[in-house]
Write a protein that binds this ligand. Sequence first.
Ligand code: C5P
Length: 424
Amino acid sequence: MNTQNPTTDAAASNLAGRRIVLGLTGSVACYKAAQLCRALVRAGAAVQPVMTEGACRFIAPATLQALSGRAVFVSQWDTRPADGMAHIQLGRAADAIVVAPASADFIAQLAQGRGAELLALLCLARPAERVALLLAPAMNRQMWAHPATQRNVAQVQADGALLLGVAHGAQACGESGDGRMLEAADLLEEVIAHFTPKWLRGQRVLVTAGPTFEAIDPVRGITNLSSGKMGFAIARAAREAGAQVTLVAGPVQLPTPRGVARLDVTSASQMHQCCLDCAGAADIFIATAAVADWRPEQVAAHKIKKTPGGKPPLLSFVECPDILADLAQSARARAGQLYCVGFAAESENLLANAQAKRARKGVPLMVGNLGPATFGRDDNALILVDENGVAELARASKRLLARQLVAEIARRVGAAGAAPEARR
Ligand code: C5P
């Protein structure tokens, strides 16, 4: 789970001020709903829990009350709303209803338009054109695979619900298969994605991230300082904005953003080949990786030994392929079918260096940042250099900057989803 502080979480997400009804139905996965509730609140959302009687058998309402800061609703006969109509009022006061976990029986109720309990009633009564219904199913693999469940799932989707999918793996019953509820962190990403304007819908985005590692011998090598955080944040933001994203990652220990296809590589040559292989099916290329400029000419077959009194080895280097320059010169880029974005990590004269690099690499957009002020950090500040001059993105979390950068790129490529009002 996210371990950043709440202020940073809220600033980095687009959930600040969003009103979310978090519905829980009877499933052992209710414990993950507690984590989701906390994550949503930390991301700035106002969460109103609503539980079925079945959910109350798995987790106490007091837990959800404490985590959300709101009294939990269970019964349709709750007298707190002045007009006694909790099933109407709660839905009207929400931006989205997220049911996690959604049991097989609850999905069946939805499919039939039944309202045996408050939660099903309020899903039925929600103003569907304004209040989305997101479902995170949780059940045994046989229940999930049953034709009745699959029929019901198809029906609720046809009726406008958004299905967040299920995970595969060990289940509480001891079996293993499809039907586990997604983890709270995955669900949080899905809720954030739901609220993200689809600036890049229909676009295919290729991103490189992290350092490369150039071997000297089987146990040593040279590399660059790069955590990969900025590139991973960009991949994530592009996917949230509706793009189909491929992330080519150097050696980093970062979790793959949800919904992103990740290809791991080690060296600059591997990253180069991988990007060449993928670029034919990309519309936008964002080169965030800190690729090594040189690699040792020879890679020793065995560890180079240190001998008493011996001289240090003399290494000679050859230049690594320049991935960005190569793709920027490709036929597709020159035909305007591949929009290339470079990154310039500098230690001084940021603007002049970024401008020079933009010209040298032949890319329409160069993003500049000061290396020592960003390496390994969760925040950054960027300048955007293009044919029109320079724009600044003020210091903020990499998550927020990535979102802003994606909006800027979408505007420049004239992506269908890039409406001017989407820039915020
Ligand atoms: O030449 P320099 O490394 O300063 O350029 C930085 C930009 O070029 C970044 O976008 C980086 O990802 C990309 N690059 C590349 N292949 C290289 C070197 C840099 O794609 N071999």
